[in-house]
Design a binder for this molecule. Structure first.
Ligand SMILES: NC(=O)c1ccc[n+]([C@@H]2O[C@H](COP(=O)([O-])OP(=O)(O)OC[C@H]3O[C@@H](n4cnc5c(N)ncnc54)[C@H](O)[C@@H]3O)[C@@H](O)[C@H]2O)c1
Length: 261
């Protein structure tokens, strides 16, 4: 178990993967400060977890919001040991159809916010004697789907950002990217709902994973917690795919039963 009363700052912690991560940290005797724009869900988390959690209504793509939130977190908990950069949004466009404002929005939320939160949290993590930054990237940092030019660009860039933080803040602070395949979260549910045939896209999503299912957010939360824990003390600068084997198979071989006799 991680030492008691350490503090994890988790962006986008009101729903999905961030929410699960907050729950795992709290279940292991730690405290979570969640930064999110969803006030309704954030307040529900506050009620559910009480004194172990601090919900702050903050848009993490804005430096003013991040600076104020980290100050509030320090005033309440007095230390920061872990930063879980996780807030993200998903949109669909290619290099021609993508509006400039949409490109900027995705870059600001899915990439710049990771830098801003690191900028404001790292000094406190150093003061606490060290810690770990987790950047929730995606399997799409490595393999790509169509029509997601801004999302793919931001997720790939996070691998460079992860290496940069790992190098510049070693040995006290580790930095690791977590790269999920499809996870059953509100983000994915609303992406599926946008399709003409939502159940067909859900089935296709399930089938592209070797394990023939999508992940539950708890599975990602557990990996995030493990990577922050002393059990992962020799891991830094790396990206971990947690993707049910997505992209492992290429389907062009002559299979058993298809060979000439
Ligand atoms: N769900 C998946 O299949 C999947 C796969 C790979 C990677 N990811 C990544 O995991 C992360 C979490 O995704 P999720 O599926 O849990 O999404 P989600 O939509 O379920 O949760 C994301 C949370 O981020 C918050 N948020 C969005 N913009 C914000 C902002 N500007 N400031 C503060 N909070 C903000 C939302 O309110 C929400 O609570 C994202 O970075 C996403 O790209 C998700």
């Amino acid at each position: 178990m991680i030492e008691q009363q350490k503090v994890a700052v988790i962006t986008g912690g009101a729903k999905g993967i961030g929410r699960s991560a907050a729950k795992v940290f709290i279940d292991n005797g730690m405290r979570a400060c969640i930064l999110d724009v969803d006030i309704t869900e954030g307040n529900k988390m506050q009620e559910e977890f009480g004194e172990s959690l601090l919900f702050i209504n903050a848009d993490v793509s804005k430096s003013k919001d991040v600076a104020a939130a980290i100050e509030q977190c320090m005033a309440k908990f007095g230390r920061i040991d872990y930063l879980i950069n996780n807030a993200g949004i998903q949109k669909y466009a290619n290099a021609v159809t993508c509006l400039e404002e949409e490109w900027d929005l995705i870059m600001n939320v899915n990439l710049k916010s990771y830098f801003l939160c690191a900028k404001y949290c790292l000094p406190h993590m150093q003061a606490a004697g060290g810690g770990c930054v987790i950047n929730v990237a995606s399997v799409q940092s490595f393999v790509a789907s169509a029509n997601a030019v801004h999302y793919l660009t931001a997720k790939a860039a996070l691998l460079g950002f992860t290496r940069s933080v790992a190098i510049d803040f070693a040995p006290a602070i580790r930095c690791v990217a977590v790269c999920p395949g499809t996870v059953d979260t509100p983000m994915v549910r609303s992406a599926w709902a946008e399709a003409v045939d939502p159940s067909a896209i859900e089935e296709a999503s399930i089938n592209m994973h070797l394990l023939k299912r999508v992940a539950q957010p708890e599975e990602i939360g557990e990996l995030i917690y493990y990577l922050c824990s002393p059990k992962a003390s020799f891991i830094t600068g790396q990206a971990f795919r947690i993707d049910g084997g997505l992209g492992v198979a290429i389907d062009v071989s002559v299979k058993e039963g298809q060979k000439k006799k």
